[in-house]
Design a protein. Structure first.
Length: 190
């Protein structure tokens, strides 16, 4: 027999299920429906975004020779004195290995533009103290990492006009995405 108590519990269950479903209106949508786009002000707070052609690079100047001590002080403990020992990402060597059985993804083997390296180091490194380095210091450690990869000379002047002209070994390894741009922030869809 179905007494009042059972009926009450059943009704409560239905109410709870209704409330829970109503609380997650996006549950039927794809994950890309979550959140919102960052505003220009929020993006601006993270600093200038440097384009591949160097647009947005601040004035500054350094050579690899000047960057060596900075690299050893701020970077070597995680990337190794020669950029190959780790413990974190290997930055040096591996050129020509990407299509091999043992690909090594490094600045020298993979990165298409030196300006992106400047942007990344400026924004994100040292990993535990991002924003620590001045613009000149970022030019210095970037020049040193490029020099360790045999891409530039020890005394080549690196600044906002010479850096975009640096030819990265894997520049030709990147091709434009031929798929149509859907306007979605997630980029072209397959
Ligand atoms: C506390 C450890 C630490 C320090 C110090 C540090 N890094 Fe890193 N670095 C990392 C980690 C961890 C990653 C990988 C981050 C990721 O994958 O999101 C990384 C990634 C990188 C990369 C990208 C490598 C690639 O090709 O994937 C570069 C370039 C880099 N660091 C340069 C530097 C430079 C230059 C300095 C000094 C100014 C520095 N790092 C200091 C930990 C560190």
């Amino acid at each position: 027999m179905c007494d009042l108590d059972d009926g009450g519990r059943l009704a409560l269950g239905i109410v709870l299920a209704t409330v829970l479903c109503a609380a997650v209106p996006g549950s039927a949508q794809s994950p890309t429906g979550l959140g919102r786009s960052a505003t220009p002000a929020e993006i601006g707070a993270w600093g200038a975004i440097i384009g591949p052609n160097g647009e947005g690079l601040p004035e500054g100047h350094a050579t690899a020779a000047e960057g060596k001590a900075l690299y050893e002080r701020h970077c070597a403990r995680c990337h190794g004195v020669s950029g190959t020992e780790g413990p974190d990402d290997r930055l040096v060597g591996g050129r020509g290995t990407l299509a091999s059985d043992q690909p090594q993804k490094t600045v020298g083997s993979y990165w298409p533009t030196a300006t992106t390296l400047w942007d990344y180091v400026n924004r994100a490194m040292p990993f535990d103290q991002p924003g620590l380095l001045t613009s000149d210091e970022v030019y210095g450690v970037v020049a040193y990492v490029l020099h360790l990869n045999d891409i530039i000379g020890e005394h080549d002047p690196i600044d906002e006009t010479t850096l975009p002209a640096v030819e990265m070994p894997n520049r030709g390894g990147f091709v434009p995405d031929p798929r149509p741009d859907t306007g979605d922030s997630a980029g072209p869809q397959p």
